[in-house]
Design a protein around this ligand. Structure first.
Ligand SMILES: Nc1ncnc2c1ncn2[C@@H]1O[C@H](COP(=O)(O)OP(=O)(O)OP(=O)(O)O)[C@@H](O)[C@H]1O
Length: 506
């Protein structure tokens, strides 16, 4: 440890002013860990050096001095000195770092911690994703904070995904949590966990979502066109199943069982009967099992028949035909093919392998949100069935796309985890560049934050609203380098936000 100065007068249990020795001024940097040796009381305080300022008694910009008339006076000499504050973490004891009861005495010596061998701290075993930037001391994150949710915020390129990768590895190695990662770009996690990737494009989408996707892409008026599109999709499925798997139609309308009926040749239900009685959960299962084939030509034929049956106007037929060819095209219908997984398969995969990474990169935003929400809903279904903790962490990258107030189904699903997940061992980790876009209700339930240089000016004030930042200023964040994050909140083993350098993740 290196002696850098003395505690000045006016300290409290939270902050203590430091008079920095001029000779070693260059050793004193903001965010360094320091030990304050209060030898008169045989106490050692641990703290972080913050708000370092350089002063000169006569060069006071608010007072009129002779320098105003004679600037050359500086040549005769000045008396500069540095001072700063120690944000006090606690008192070092055999049981770790405990809350301070008294402020440090003026005159106590202040030492910077230069290496992990300088100080042994009992911070407990936890998730080590990096070390304190200057001292190199490991800062283990308390895993009990996982179901109280985690936020990772930083401007683009600060190293959020690498940090989250380090976090995932530690959770897998040191806890019994399973992890479901939603990889928005398909480039951040899928590349690291190639053996655990499931393509989001294999997930069966439901009819109302496909209808929404068509309406969104074509820009058609929902009130007019939603019924035509929905009925056309259902009649396409009905005809497909009637042709390829007629036996399943009875099952879909819930009348395949019953002792006496089994001996009779079942009557093929009409489309109307199918519409009235269809079991949509079973339909999803059949779509996954039977891999229904979609193609634009057959769908268009079906659409025309449906529009005729529904007595649509000729102009509606023309509009829909054009929209289908111009805005959707062959590709859209091809993207509906080869979908053989249900949300329960994704959750099951995580259960069997501890980790699943869902690559969402090829999906429409609406489909991505649907997949996120349906997987979360499946987790809740299991919780409701078993009434026991599920010990699962859901990781959502680029979370502003899923947890914003206008994000629809995914917003509702994430809100439920944020509000109720802790009771059931269900945590969510949201990584984003823009905290301001995460719904305040979700933000308010996040109890651990890891934050770096921020992208949006309002984000700093948002963070300040949720936690005591103990003297960290927006300027401190602005000069942080890549991989440098503050850890604050429940999982932080220390009482105040602490600056870590994330370990190398390659
Ligand atoms: N812990 C790390 N170990 C090694 N390299 C890192 C680490 N963190 C960041 N990097 C480097 O910085 C680059 C950007 O990191 P990363 O993709 O994690 O940033 P990001 O904050 O997630 O960015 P974006 O918001 O654009 O996704 C990486 O490609 C890598 O080269």
């Amino acid at each position: 440890m290196k002696l850098i100065g003395l505690i000045g007068s006016g300290s409290s249990t939270a902050y203590a002013p430091v008079i920095i020795w001029d000779r070693v001024e260059h050793y004193a940097k903001e965010e360094q860990l320091v030990v304050v040796d209060d030898s008169r009381r045989s106490m050692r305080f641990l703290g972080v050096l913050r708000l370092i300022r350089r002063y000169e008694p006569f060069l006071d910009s608010r007072k009129r001095t002779s320098y105003v008339d004679n600037p050359d006076l500086v040549e005769t000499g000045t008396l500069p000195h540095s001072s700063g504050y120690v944000s006090i973490i606690g008192v070092i004891s055999e049981n770790g770092v405990v809350e301070p009861q008294l402020p440090p005495n003026p005159g106590s010596k202040v030492y910077v911690v230069e290496s992990p061998t300088d100080l042994s701290l009992e911070l407990g075993g936890g998730l080590v994703i990096g070390v304190h930037k200057y001292s190199g001391i490991e800062i283990p994150l308390d895993p009990r904070g996982i179901p109280y949710h985690i936020g990772v915020v930083g401007a683009t390129g600060t190293g959020k995904s690498r940090l989250v990768k380090a976090f995932i590895d530690e959770v897998l190695a040191k806890t019994n949590y399973n992890i479901i990662v939603f990889d928005h770009t398909g480039m951040d996690y899928s590349v690291f966990y190639k053996d655990n990737v499931v393509e989001g494009s294999r997930t069966v989408l439901d009819i109302s979502l496909i209808t929404d996707m068509i309406l969104y892409r074509t820009g058609l008026n929902r009130n007019t066109y939603e019924p035509y599109i929905m009925v056309s999709l259902l009649s396409y499925i009905y005809n497909y199943i009637r042709e390829k798997h007629p036996e399943l139609l009875q099952e879909l309308i819930g009348s395949s069982s019953g002792g006496r009926q089994k001996t009779l040749v079942p009557k093929t239900p009409s489309f109307q009967e199918f519409l009235n009685k269809i079991d949509y959960s079973r339909l999803q299962e059949i779509l996954a099992e039977k891999n229904i084939v979609w193609d634009i030509t057959s769908f268009k034929e079906q659409l025309i028949r449906t529009l005729q049956n529904m007595r649509a106007r000729d102009s509606s037929k023309i509009r829909l035909g054009i929209a289908l060819d111009v805005y959707l095209g062959k590709q859209f219908f091809e993207s509906l093919n080869k979908r053989d997984m249900l949300p329960r398969d994704i959750v099951g995969y995580a259960g069997n392998n501890r980790l699943v990474v869902v690559d969402l990169s090829t999906e429409d935003l609406e489909a991505r949100r649907y997949i996120v929400s349906s997987v979360i809903n499946e987790l809740w279904r299991i919780i409701e069935e078993k009434r026991e903790p599920i010990n699962t962490l859901v990781v959502i990258d680029e979370a502003h796309n899923y947890a914003c107030r206008s994000c629809g189904v995914s917003h509702r699903a994430i809100t439920r985890i944020a509000r109720e997940g802790r009771k059931w061992g269900l945590g969510v980790l949201l990584a984003t560049q823009r905290i301001i876009d995460i719904d305040p209700e979700i933000r308010g339930n996040i109890n651990t934050w890891l934050f770096s240089k921020l992208q949006t000016p309002g984000d700093f004030n948002e963070l300040k609203g949720y936690m005591d930042l103990s003297g960290i200023s927006e300027n401190t964040l602005a000069i942080l380098g890549k991989r440098e994050f503050f850890v604050a909140g429940l999982m932080n083993p220390l009482r105040i936000p602490i600056l870590i350098k994330v370990r190398t993740v390659e």
